[in-house]
Design a binder for this molecule. Structure first.
Ligand SMILES: [Zn+2]
Length: 604
């Protein structure tokens, strides 16, 4: 323990230095990034539902989510003077989104809006009618719709892929489009809660791949708090090998139950910084590196995220700083050596949590885990990050992109008889517990092509466990169905000949279904998904919102409703008769299966 304490005090100076460094960097940020330029885009104090770079399924959160108290319809304000540089409306993703370019080189982004405001809303409505489309992505190269700091630009909502009302907000570097941590610009919620490390995972490397060797749970039984550093009471006995570490670590902002992501993680070996990960900024297309940043197989199985303090060869995420060892600690040549390893996790306000472990290098000994690992990869074929590779089986051709994988993969490839719904053999390409970064090309030869239905063939994917086959896209050309694979798992060919369906949702007001200023329709597709949709009122195109997550089309009564109504009234002999119009909905799925449905609806 005495020895550990010596390290602890030695480290305290380091900790103090780190603290000074944090203050110094905050000062640098203040100089580099304007602190009072952007106002908070809502009426409340800064309150985050989800932080910058939060750990999500398949991506780092590319912005921050601001709390709207579980409600929609709060006014959203322009964060600073500028002009509308882009309007993007999608059935999923950010839903109704708005981009403002500011003269200081940054842009702000507002996502999942319920509605737009004023001149912006009017412009959008006109644009949608002229182009006969709900969804669009319009980039304005010159100032057209100008805004002043604090102008209402819209109302907060839950549109697109959002799973609850909130405002998604981003600050981007306009030129590089890199997404910046809004905390750099002073958008920092009040926060005095320290982050914590729950568990430390020790990885032992073999020539290719790594072995999870040991987990240390951080608790009062095996750690002592001395001078704000948690010291491991034991000494970690290690073989002379190369090691990596991973942390289960969490941060808290508003209360001790409200778990957020960690802003910064560092690893020091004998007072030398070996690895730092800092979430200040990253490019939009980097966000998928989450799958290499965390221990992906562990996440798939345990549903817990270990953040690794070492970098896979195929992981190019730009938030890391390391030496050439990429966070791997070479302890192979230091028999009987002792030393210490320090982990530091921090939030933006300087709240921090430190852990120190002392280790001792023992004898090299035969390791059962290693023997088992070597047995498990024996005879398997290998994929190497950074290299394209062709993978073949009877009736299957896969071309891996150099960026498809993060680390060496010893893969398995199995051919099965397809199930009763498939038109090919079924191929089991390794396991979905291993992540894929860039998609790979995949071509499967059908065992049977139903005459005249070639265009309806599509690739199907399943994770081989719980889920059924779902569409993986692709199309029939030159005797094979070709497409892209985004995951390891099971692939085959299936057929989609079933058109989408549509239903008027009367239940909104069962007593009087017409007592509303909107009509809602449920639209569904069984396999490849709805690729186009349109609605007409007495043959006039009308604007319908499509919300993919709720499988819902909505017509909010606009000028077209009243124009159609008026023209019917003018043509009817008896003006007291009820006014009915034909509402036609056209749907098409990705395989060209079409639906046309008519509803005879009362216009109030
Ligand atoms: Zn968000």
């Amino acid at each position: 323990m005495g020895q550990a304490k010596t390290y602890g005090l030695g480290f305290l100076k380091k900790a103090f230095f780190l603290y000074a460094f944090v203050c110094y960097t905050s000062l640098l940020f203040a100089q580099k990034y304007p602190q009072d330029y952007f106002r908070y885009p809502l009426d409340s104090l800064p309150n985050l539902v989800s932080p910058f770079g939060g750990l999500r399924d398949n991506h780092f959160h590319s912005g921050i989510d601001l709390r709207t108290n579980g409600r929609e319809g709060l006014p959203v304000y322009a964060a600073a003077d500028g002009y509308i540089s882009r309007i993007k409306i999608q059935k999923s993703g950010y839903g109704k989104a708005l981009y403002i370019e500011h003269p200081n080189g940054y842009s702000t982004v507002y996502g999942h809006l319920q509605q737009y405001h004023g001149a912006i809303a009017e412009w959008i409505h006109r644009y949608q009618y002229i182009n006969k489309t709900f969804e669009f992505d319009k980039i304005f190269m010159k100032p057209f719709l100008k805004v002043k700091k604090g102008d209402t630009i819209g109302w907060s909502g839950n549109s697109g892929g959002s799973t609850g009302p909130h405002l998604h907000y981003e600050i981007r570097d306009t030129k590089t489009e890199k997404i910046m941590n809004p905390a750099l610009f002073g958008l920092i919620p009040y926060d005095t809660l320290d982050p914590i490390i729950n568990k430390i995972h020790v990885y032992k490397f073999v020539a290719e791949g790594e072995l999870l060797k040991k987990q240390l749970t951080v608790n009062k039984r095996n750690f002592t708090l001395i001078d704000s550093i948690w010291l491991y009471k034991d000494t970690l006995e290690l073989d002379p090998e190369i090691y990596g570490f991973g942390l289960e670590a969490y941060d808290f902002i508003h209360n001790a139950k409200d778990e957020k992501g960690i802003y910064e993680i560092s690893l020091l070996l004998n007072q030398q910084t070996k690895f730092t990960h800092t979430l200040n900024q990253f490019a939009f297309d980097e966000s998928k590196y989450i799958n290499a940043h965390i221990d992906f197989p562990y996440y798939k199985i345990e549903k817990l995220r270990i953040q690794k303090c070492f970098i896979d060869d195929g992981n190019a995420f730009s938030t890391y700083k390391t030496d050439a060892d990429k966070g791997r600690l070479n302890l192979a040549l230091k028999k009987n050596n002792t030393g210490n390893i320090v982990f530091a996790v921090k939030d933006f306000n300087g709240n921090a949590f430190y852990i120190q472990l002392c280790y001792k290098i023992g004898e090299s000994n035969l390791d059962q885990a290693r023997v088992d690992y070597e047995k498990s990869i024996a005879g398997k074929r290998m994929l190497i990050p950074g290299k394209a590779k062709v993978v073949e089986a009877n009736g299957l051709l896969i071309t891996m992109d150099p960026k498809s994988i993060y680390d060496t993969v010893f893969y398995e490839l199995e051919t099965l008889f397809g199930d009763k719904n498939s038109f090919s053999r079924e191929y089991v390409f390794h396991t979905p517990n291993v992540p894929i970064h860039a998609t790979f090309d995949i071509a499967i030869e059908p065992t049977f092509v139903p005459a005249g239905l070639e265009k309806k063939l599509v690739l199907a994917y399943s994770n081989g466990k719980s889920d059924r086959f779902r569409s993986a896209g692709g199309s029939f050309e030159n005797g094979v169905v070709k497409g892209k694979g985004a995951n390891f798992g099971n692939y085959c060919i299936m057929l989609d000949t079933v058109a989408p369906t549509v239903k008027w949702m009367r239940y909104k007001n069962e007593d009087n279904p017409y007592d509303t200023l909107r009509w809602d329709f449920e639209i569904k597709d069984n396999f490849t998904g709805i690729s186009s949709y349109a609605a007409y009122l007495n043959d006039h195109w009308i604007l319908v919102d499509y919300d993919l997550k709720n499988q819902q089309l909505t017509y909010k009564f606009d000028e077209m409703y009243y124009l159609v109504r008026q023209s019917i009234v003018l043509n009817q002999m008896d003006s007291s008769l009820p006014v009915y119009a034909d509402l036609k909905i056209l749907l098409e799925d990705a395989k060209g299966n079409k639906q046309e449905k008519h509803f005879n609806l009362l216009l109030k």
